[in-house]
Design a protein around this ligand. Structure first.
Ligand SMILES: [Zn+2]
Length: 414
């Protein structure tokens, strides 16, 4: 296969170097072989075909939290239902879905991601039938198999089910997602994490999304206690709670660490945030989903100021206006500024979160950056190239993806 050199007025590599003006990336098969100033790179590979882009070329974006199978549930995000009713509506609709519909919905999600420059995804999988279409798409990242179970059901059947799904032969990496501290019993949660670790798999739960979760984990009371009773869940925390915050609770059961990243991270105080930093556990922020579900406002300015490892997630269209990661980044930026984060690095930090930050959250070493040897996953955004490219991407990158290359193949072109 002939080499291809992609040139652009600005190339953002995320390797620690500043953006390259008039840069280029040469691709051989599914790998990047050269990155640098276009004049040098073109000279070094004179036989390569040259494709000239307008705009900013970046590593493929990394969406650190979504549920691809819920792509077709966008009407729920628009419903305005508060969280418990939203969840009930979601469950009602689930009953009507066939495997074919789940797969179609997941495929549509993949398509929307590629169209907006995302090439890697942390996908929560409730129904294993979506593993195949996501695997075939060539998208990178991890499919986290969801666990929702109290501890008696876990022992009786769910544990065996998880073990069976983890044997699915796929090119894509699997992980385990114990759903939340309130939908997974304590013993089940601990064991699911242990199962992942015994296999070298990563873990990705939702954490501290709503104030109700804090109440449930601490006291064993509130609307989520009622929800557990409705579903007949014999959750250990129903008796008296744990006396801990959700973050403190996950830490106490050894469910945080460098092999874990959590979604949402809305209700964390300074001590909780310090625990996440000590455990090197990144947070995938999903601020637009939090707003739609009225879950609260995550302490974005504190995460930035304190140097917490962060990534960005769109969550699923069931609770989010889009799967476009720059649109999420713009919302996070607005929130950070509103919360008083005034440092000049805000846009650079958010570009980092959307690329290397997401890759780190999934332990991917050759995604989210462009250097010789990394996978040829990148995207081009038609944004102004004169000023700071980070600001241009974060504030104007939404809806502006003009090309996406996945493993060396052009998968989107506009
Ligand atoms: Zn989620």
């Amino acid at each position: 296969m002939p080499l291809t050199t992609h040139t652009a007025p600005v190339v953002v590599t995320m390797t620690g170097e500043p953006p390259i003006r008039d840069g280029a990336v040469t691709v051989d098969g599914d790998r990047v072989t050269a990155v640098g100033p276009a004049a040098e790179v073109v000279k070094r590979h004179p036989d390569a075909r040259v494709r000239r882009w307008d705009g900013v070329l970046t590593p493929g974006l990394v969406n650190a939290h979504t549920h691809l199978q819920y792509t077709d549930f966008a009407h729920l995000a628009a419903s305005g239902l508060p969280f418990p009713e939203w969840l009930a509506a979601l469950n009602r609709e689930r009953a009507d879905y066939t495997e074919a519909r789940w797969q179609e919905s997941a495929r549509r999600g993949v398509h929307l991601m590629l169209k907006s420059g995302t090439t890697a995804v942390a996908d929560i999988v409730t129904d294993p039938c979506v593993l195949t279409p996501v695997d075939r798409s060539g998208m990178r990242g991890i499919s986290y198999i969801e666990v929702i179970s109290d501890s008696p059901r876990w022992q009786a059947e769910r544990r065996a089910k998880l073990l069976a799904v983890l044997e699915t032969p796929l090119a894509r990496t699997l992980g385990v997602s114990p759903h939340t501290p309130y939908t997974v019993g304590t013993a089940a949660f601990t064991d699911a994490v242990a199962i992942a670790r015994a296999r070298g798999l990563r873990v990705h739960p939702h954490l501290a999304e709503s104030a109700h979760e804090t109440e449930f984990v601490r006291d064993g009371t509130g609307p989520l206690a009622a929800l557990n009773r409705t579903f007949g869940f014999a959750h250990e925390l129903l008796a008296a709670g744990s006396g801990l915050t959700p973050t403190g609770y996950l830490d106490a059961i050894d469910a945080l660490g460098g092999d874990v990243h959590v979604a949402h991270g809305v209700h964390l105080d300074a001590a909780d945030r310090a625990v996440l930093r000590e455990r090197a556990t990144p947070v995938a922020l999903c601020v637009r989903s939090n707003a739609i579900l009225d879950a609260g406002v995550p302490p974005v300015a504190d995460y930035l100021a304190e140097g917490s490892p962060i990534a960005l997630g769109t969550d699923s269209p069931a609770s989010s206006p889009s799967l476009d990661l720059w649109e999420e980044a713009a919302a996070v930026r607005e929130l950070a500024l509103r919360q008083g984060y005034t440092a000049a690095d805000v846009d650079a930090r958010l570009v980092e979160a959307a690329t290397v930050g997401g890759a780190a959250a999934m332990g991917l070493t050759d995604a989210g950056r462009l250097a010789p040897g990394t996978r040829a996953d990148f995207a081009v955004f038609a944004v102004p190239v004169d000023g700071d490219p980070h600001t241009a991407l974060v504030t104007e990158g939404g809806g502006r993806c003009v090309g996406t290359v996945l493993g060396g193949r052009m998968v989107h072109r506009r």
